[in-house]
Design a binder for this molecule. Structure first.
Ligand code: MG
Length: 225
């Protein structure tokens, strides 16, 4: 392998490019009020699923309403950025594995999710589609945050607050999430963890503008086209 170009040379001279990728891990059922609205008051271990890197939507780009759903819904979430390679991380040391926090939207095709749940099918169709994960361009370094366990965040739809939450209301803390997920899946530098949504999830329509904020500061804007 040529380390400077990231290319691998096989003996037969066929050249392959190595694409460095990241993954997006999303936590479900992490706010009790939201669990009541969607999951009949779920209590148990953290639930997680993944979105591919093609789900990322950056730089406040608009989201085009996907053709395969009639019920696209927003879920605003705090997002951790992983800064160290790790697996089987203990909760005590988990804080060393994320160094920035941003805000994102876990877009969900709710009609398809309902079907998946009824049939016991996996969630990729309703969660992992292209551009289903807008994230703030700016992430806040953890050391600049007064108390990571008490971050206020919110989402407005066309200027009206539709969701707000505080990280202290999470059932599973950031550290518990990192420890739990890393028992099953290695975390790599650049991976993102969406940490779950508070209550108030709801549908969007073409023309809507969503704005997500942390501590009242606008971080992410997404127009639905
Ligand atoms: Mg979510």
């Amino acid at each position: 392998m040529n380390l400077s170009t990231g290319e691998i040379y096989f003996p037969n001279k066929i050249r392959y490019s190595v694409h460095i990728s990241m993954k997006i891990i999303c936590i479900g059922h992490n706010y009790s009020e939201h669990n009541k609205e969607l999951f009949g008051g779920y209590e148990g271990d953290p639930v997680f699923f993944m979105k591919p890197d093609t789900a990322l939507l950056r730089n406040n780009a608009p989201l085009y309403y996907p053709k395969f759903t009639q019920d696209l819904q927003y879920e605003v979430e705090l997002v951790l950025k992983i800064c160290r390679l790790g697996r089987g991380i203990s909760e005590k040391f988990a804080h060393r594995y994320y160094d920035q926090i941003g805000v994102g939207v876990d877009f969900t095709a709710r009609d398809i999710q309902r079907e998946c749940k009824e049939k016991g099918l996996p969630w990729e169709l309703c969660k992992a589609f292209d551009y289903s994960a807008p994230i703030s361009s700016q992430l806040i370094p953890v050391e600049q945050i007064r108390d990571v366990n008490d971050i206020h965040f919110s989402l407005t739809r066309n200027g009206e607050i539709v969701q707000q939450g505080r990280s202290r209301d999470m059932i599973f803390s950031f550290d518990r999430i990192v420890a739990y997920v890393s028992q099953f899946v290695s975390l790599k530098i650049g991976d993102l963890i969406f940490t779950g949504t508070p209550s108030g999830v709801g549908p969007v329509a073409v023309g809507d503008v969503l704005v997500a904020s942390i501590e009242g500061q606008e971080m992410l804007k997404t127009e639905i086209k």
